[in-house]
Every structure is written in C-alpha cells, then in structure tokens.
Design a protein around this ligand. Sequence first.
Ligand code: FE2
Ligand code: FE2
Length: 398
Amino acid sequence: MKIGLYGGSFDPPHNGHLALALGCADALGLDRVVLMPSGVSPHKIKQIGAEAAHRLAMCRLMAQADPRLTVSDWETEQQGASYTVDTLTHLTAEHPQDEWFLLTGADMFLTLPTWRRYPAIARMCTLCGIARGETDIRRLQQAAETMQADGAVVSVLPVSAPTVSSSELRDCIRSDDDRWQSSVPPQVAAYILAHGLYRGDSIRNADEQYIEILRGRLSSYRFDHSLAVAAEAKRLALRYGGDPVKAYTAGLLHDILKDTSGEEQLLLARQFGIQLDEVEQNAPKLWHARLAPVYLEHILGISDPEILSAVRYHTTAKAGMSLLETLVFLADFTAAGRDYPDVGVMRRLVDESLDSALHYSLSYTVRSLTARGAAVHPDTAAALAEVTLRLQQKGELL
Ligand SMILES: [Fe+2]
Ligand SMILES: [Fe+2]
C-alpha cells in the first residue's frame, strides 16, 4: 500500500487540511492518509487551545469524509516531544511492506533538512512538499533539487485547497464570529460547540508559549538574557511611548537562533533564499539576527513586520530605525545581567535620551570591532553616522 503521513497540531482540523490530505491522496495515488495530531511539537509553536484528546476526536470526525483517511494517536500518546523520525520509525516497523510518503506544507518542507535525524527520515519515505500556487512550486522545486542531490526521494505536489488558518479560526470562535463554521467540516463544528472549545481561557498567551520554545533552544544563560531583554524593552517602551507588547515579544525572541549551530543557520539561509552580504558571510555572530525573522515567520507563524524587523536589526542597527527597533537594540545593551565596562554609562544614558544611548552604543560597537580588526557592517556605520548628525544638529554633540 501507498500511505501518506500528514502530521500537524490540527487545532482545530479544518477544510484546508481535508482538501490537502485528499489532494495529495489523489495526486500520489495513495491508498491511505494517516492524520497524525502532534503531542508536543518540537518545531511549531504549541498554539494549543484544545487538549490532545479533543484534537484527536475532531480529526476522527473529519476523517469520516473519505475512506482513505485514518487517524493515529501515536504522537499524542508519547510523553514529551514527538519527532517525525520516531513516528516514521514506528510506522515503518509496523507496516514494513508499505511505501510511505511524508506530506508537508511549503514552509515545513523547506526546513526538512534541519529536522532531527533528517537523513534517517529521508531513507524511510518520499518527502512531499505541498505547493499552493506558482511561487510555492518554484521555491519548493529549488529546495527539492538540493535534497535530491543529497539522496532523498522528493516530490513537489501542486494541490489546490482553501486557505484556512487554525489560529484565525480560534480567534473567530473566541470573538463569537460565526464565519468560522463554514471553514470546518460540520461534525467538527458541532464538536467544538458542544465542548465549548477555544473560548477565552483555554488559549494561552503567545509569549508564554514562546518562553517554552526558548527554554528548549537556548542555554540557561541566553534564556535568562532573553527574558531580561524582553523586560527591559518593555520598560523602555513604556518610558518612551512605544508599544510595550511588541517590545516584550521582540526582546524575548531576538536571540532565538543565537545558540543554533552555524551549519543549521546556513541551511535555513539556503532553504529560504536568504543571501548573506559580504560582511555577514565573514561574521557568524551576525547570522542569528539576519536569520531569526525567517524562523519567526515561517516556523512560529509571526507575521508582524515591526517585530520581525526589530529582531533583524538588533545586532547591526541601521539608519532610519523605528522606535521599536531602537528600543530592542538598546535593551540588548542595558538589560539586567549585561556586564561590560561601559554598562553603567549605557544604563544612565538610556534613561536620559534614546539618541545619546544609541550614539554611545554604536560608537562602542564600532570601537570594539575595529580594535579586533573586524569589519563594521555598513548598516552599523550608517546608523552611527545618522545619529551623530542628528545630535550635532541639536547641539548635543560637538
Ligand atoms: Fe543577539
Ligand atoms: Fe542579545
């Protein structure tokens, strides 16, 4: 038999999932598609509004739509994180005669080579990337070629399906906007209503979920630093009229890739078509900031351009920074726990004037890079030139 494995949080399962599962089954001639609701996903933010048992039950209701669909409780039954490699090892051992196809959405497909024990995954199944539209097809085919060169069996499948987002559905349900009901199978809608799912309290605050993800990705030093930068960015936002919620989130996530290996970061760059400039290529310390927005956008589903940009420029800064970008950049210098010779001066300046603090910190950065013989990123030089001019015009710098 040819069997597709379609994993996800299914929180809740919706018509987009259904159309993709059936579209893949048609395109690949699958005899069966196993829907696998995740336990604790190692990749995706756990936007869990509903308990695993509810998600499982809703998947079973959705699976009634077609005899090829089945549901497995294997991942929800595991304690802790469920990795795809473990799931596939289990499934292929149970069904050694069958041919397996791993069905992934476009963004997930691009990150496949970074998944735990990717070569083992690639040996056990055909890797399928679901493309929805021309742009998807082009980016997936490019990535597929690289993966094929490494020996994987890969298939890019154009499948048309309605665009539905589980998080938007949850927002609709929470705000009593009935339109969500047309985006899920009727039995699923009835189940959600009968069990009062996704109302208010059951949805945890996003920052709490990010903190859990950071705990798994960062050293304890970097984890503490991230919390401290979040708190400091929020404090500065309140002081200077910025958005304290966005400042906190951006501060929290600014170093999310800081403890990720260079190899994995370069892989992300390649998969998502990020071109590192000349200075960046020779400065691995800059990569975590350059690539974090890709991770935040495509893995955690954060689309707020202000947050993404504040994270991107937290290391180099740039000319024309927004208030949020400035706050996160400075909070990285003045957060609790930071320890360098000028930290006392920086903390005093940041409470007096953002421009003075910016000027001091950028001069400090340029000085220490130059002392080490390292190149100064053009964005940093431009930021320093700009703030210097601004202070001179105000007569605050000679
Ligand atoms: Fe950083
Ligand atoms: Fe940092």
